[in-house]
Design a protein around this ligand. Structure first.
Ligand SMILES: NC(=O)c1ccc[n+]([C@@H]2O[C@H](COP(=O)([O-])OP(=O)(O)OC[C@H]3O[C@@H](n4cnc5c(N)ncnc54)[C@H](O)[C@@H]3O)[C@@H](O)[C@H]2O)c1
Length: 349
């Protein structure tokens, strides 16, 4: 069966790159990792040794030149995604790219066009779609069990801010963090977002202000089907990663609470105590990272469309840019204001 394995090269062996490597090596039998690339040489060698991967390159182009690499995972900093996508597509590699595709909508569009032109697949890393809890809510809503969806609520708060250098390169809270929530909103409601109204501020750490960013936001969404949504974000929840969702409709409501490492409840004189939520994304979404990569491998093997396309990456980026504009200008922003002039046609997903 060895020859049927999809052979991966991974570009970037940082926080998320290591997760994908671990899943491909240990949990996806019909895939293998044959090469890694990172500019951080010592870390590259350490990761290669840990996962017994023979080939390492500090120049990713040399990895892309390997004919035995069928597919790449792009897990480098966001500002490198576009160039890596274009070059990988030109060499006929199948592409799994971390979110966001790029910070510029024109480049997201151009990347999608290039992927289509070269006839390769590209899946975008909106992993939360593969979380078993959110997947269940999606099914419930799609099956009409809450009736006509009327209000979506998403609470999405990180346990603490990322390092300053990460913040500066991230594209800001909406393109870096809330982009997952925007994708979740489209996915759960089965409708596109028409308008965004955002209030944002710096309440957690002045480092965000220095970087021209915000750390706290409340976003009101109006969907094309007339439903409303609200997303609230913070870069710091002192009790841990807070990831809750609610879809309310004419026939009922579906909710997802936080996941905890265990479900004990201690009752004593002081009160009722239980475990804090799983600390951050690596723990909370471990299952979803595995499932999304398995879905990508399956799509390539079966020559089927990928479940999260470049078009999904484009749409989430449009909403993120609308949210940022709304925060800056303190007014509701129609999504069409942002996407006008940039076509999102993506011939091959
Ligand atoms: N889906 C998710 O839940 C999720 C979570 C975290 C990060 N991300 C995304 O993944 C990407 C990486 O984020 P991270 O947190 O892992 O960052 P990171 O800084 O931990 O890792 C990035 C790695 O890329 C390497 N790199 C830099 N230049 C390179 C080059 N030219 N060639 C090869 N490697 C290079 C860095 O040395 C580093 O090891 C970002 O786009 C981020 O938005 C997604």
């Amino acid at each position: 069966m060895h020859s049927n394995k999809l052979r991966f090269g991974v570009l970037g062996v940082g926080r998320i790159g290591k997760i994908h490597i671990g899943n491909l090596v240990n949990r996806i039998p019909d895939a293998e990792v044959v090469a890694l690339s990172d500019v951080a040489g010592a870390e590259l060698e350490a990761v290669a040794a840990r996962f017994s991967i023979a080939r390492t390159f500090t120049d990713y182009r040399r990895l892309l030149d390997l004919p035995e690499v069928d597919a790449v995972v792009i897990a480098s900093p966001t500002n490198l995604h576009y160039q890596m996508i274009v070059e990988a597509a030109a060499r006929g590699k199948q592409i799994f790219c971390e979110k966001p595709i790029d910070l510029s909508l024109e480049k997201v569009h151009a990347a999608n066009q290039e992927v289509g032109r070269r006839g390769v697949r590209m899946m975008v890393g909106f992993n939360r779609r593969f979380d078993p809890n959110f997947l269940k809510v999606r099914e419930i809503v799609a099956e009409g069990k809450v009736g006509r969806p009327q209000v979506l609520r998403i609470t999405s708060r990180d346990p603490g801010p990322p390092p300053e250098a990460y913040i500066r390169a991230s594209g800001g809270i909406f393109l870096d963090m809330t982009i997952h929530d925007f994708d979740m909103a489209r996915y759960l409601m089965g409708s596109e977002v028409a308008e965004v109204y955002t209030r944002a501020a710096v309440m957690v750490d002045a480092v965000f202000e220095k970087a021209g960013d915000w750390d706290t936001a409340v976003i009101t969404l109006t969907f094309e089907n007339g439903a409303f949504g609200s997303i609230d974000n913070s870069r710091q929840a002192v009790y841990g990663y807070d990831q809750r969702v609610e879809v309310f409709g004419s026939e009922g409501m579906a909710t997802v609470a936080n996941n905890a490492p265990d479900s004990h409840i201690l009752s004593d004189r002081a009160g009722i105590h239980t475990a804090l939520p799983l600390h951050f994304f690596l723990e909370r979404y471990a299952e979803s990272y595995w499932r999304e990569m398995q879905a990508f491998v399956d799509a390539v093997h079966q020559q089927a469309p990928v479940p999260v396309s470049g078009e999904d990456g484009f749409q989430a980026a449009v909403i993120a840019l609308a949210a940022a504009k709304s925060a800056r200008e303190n007014r509701p922003v129609k999504v069409s204001e942002i996407s006008a002039g940039v076509t999102s046609e993506c011939p091959v997903s």
